[in-house]
Design a protein around this ligand. Structure first.
Ligand code: COA
Length: 380
């Protein structure tokens, strides 16, 4: 007999964290590589015509983008200004303090879906973590605005570990469950990456896309019948300047010139590729060994979505053979790199078909460097 939500919420706690459900918000608009490159190359023409004595800027190319990254398209919140060669950044109209802010709005949409899929009422959630690469403002915390919009009591706070924010959020939520400090925690990752991408930078203009995800982490005692047991979580950080964004309130007076480019996302992509792949592969293998899990027996890897080649190498080291789409699904092709949300989108879209007992891995990696693993097993 199915328990009523009230009975569930009164069940004795186990201290065992599970993922009860996930949610996803995808912006309606998307930009194909063809559209992106046409706009970039129009900007290059304008720039070179206006600066005949300067080193000419080079064209971008659709073929390069797809071959180097695997990205074919990305969703964005503000398409037309990004593609306008005279603007090339999102232009979201400023909202008043009494209106829901953009990050909160898309976070709430993803969170509502997670709650609905879990059959959970907002008043039964104890905490909201807004875990994302960049917050729209320093305070009040985005998480508290999301908490208020959903009608959740308890507490919320923001956390930023760049592309690993969601897995760091899941471990934090899992630790609240393990300690008995919460029964139900929403980890929300609204990623408006288009706002911190330099759309005029040939090396990186194709990388990111906008999205929001939500993960409901709960005590096993109150979880819906079908859920994902969290077998173990592991986090790692190693300082690196190879992915960096210097934007902040100590440099707010910087003029809008080319030398402010480092106030947006910058990276040494080749170094990141070379250094992060072995670090993450080893971390996964070490954590699998600690948990007594045979890595080659993992049913599916939901990896961070930054580069298809990186994921191919990592999955080969973990599984012992090159993973197919079923073993390591890609969402990078249609979403681009969505920072912390990438592995959660992959999990959200490609986990329903797994059966009870199947074991998989959610894994993120990115700036910091930072990396997080969440080993999960389907229960139904
Ligand atoms: N269009 C056409 N050519 C381009 C280009 C573009 N948009 N951008 C760069 N190129 C050129 C370069 O100028 C270079 O030319 P050269 O060989 O004549 O010097 C060549 O393509 C190779 O550039 P490189 O930057 O070395 O490419 P890459 O194969 O390393 O791919 C990334 C670049 C960023 C896609 C890749 O390094 C990557 O994804 N790294 C990991 C990044 C990551 O995970 N970051 C975390 C972010 S959260």
């Amino acid at each position: 007999m199915q328990e009523s939500p009230m009975q569930e919420m009164q069940a004795p706690l186990t201290g065992r964290p599970v993922i009860s459900a996930t949610g996803l918000f995808t912006p309606a608009d998307s930009i194909s590589n063809e559209e992106l490159v046409a706009s970039f190359n129009a900007f290059v023409d304008r720039h070179n015509e206006a600066n005949p004595d300067a080193e000419p800027l080079a064209y971008s190319s659709v073929e390069f983008i797809e071959k180097a990254s695997g990205i074919k398209s990305r969703h964005v919140m503000s398409k037309a200004p990004i593609l306008d060669p005279a603007i090339m950044c999102p232009r979201l109209p400023e909202r008043g303090n009494d209106e829901l802010s953009f990050m909160a709005e898309i976070g709430v949409a993803a969170a509502r879906q997670a709650l609905e899929r879990a059959g959970r009422k907002p008043e039964d959630v104890d905490a909201v973590l807004c875990a994302a690469s960049n917050m729209q403002r320093p305070y009040p915390a985005m998480a508290i605005e999301i908490q208020q919009a959903l009608g959740i009591e308890g507490f919320g706070f923001d956390m930023n570990v760049a592309c690993s924010s969601a897995t760091f959020g899941i471990q934090t939520a899992a630790d609240y469950i393990r300690a008995g400090n919460a029964r139900s925690v929403l980890v929300v990752s609204p990623e408006i990456t288009s706002g911190h991408l330099n759309w005029r930078d040939r090396d990186s203009h194709f990388i990111f896309g906008d999205v929001a995800t939500a993960v409901l982490v709960e005590d096993a005692a109150i979880a819906p019948t079908e859920h994902w047991a969290i077998l173990g979580t592991k986090l790692k950080t190693v300082f690196s300047n190879n992915i960096r964004n210097n934007f902040g309130f100590l440099n707010r007076a910087a003029p809008e010139t080319a030398d402010t480019a480092d106030k947006l996302f910058v990276q040494e992509g080749r170094k990141v590729f070379r250094e992060v792949v072995p670090m993450v592969a080893q971390m996964i293998l070490d954590e699998a060994a600690r948990l007594g899990i045979d890595p080659e027996g993992l049913r599916r890897l939901w990896l961070h979505q930054a580069n298809a080649g990186m994921n191919r190498l990592i999955s080969t080291k973990v599984l012992g053979h090159e993973a197919n789409e079923d073993e390591s699904p890609t969402v990078l092709d249609t979403y681009g790199n969505t920072s912390s949300a990438g592995s959660i989108i992959a999990f959200h879209q490609h986990s329903d078909d797994l059966v009870a007992g199947d074991t998989g891995l959610i894994c993120s990696f990115g700036a910091g460097y930072s990396a997080g693993t969440v080993f999960v097993r389907k229960v139904s």
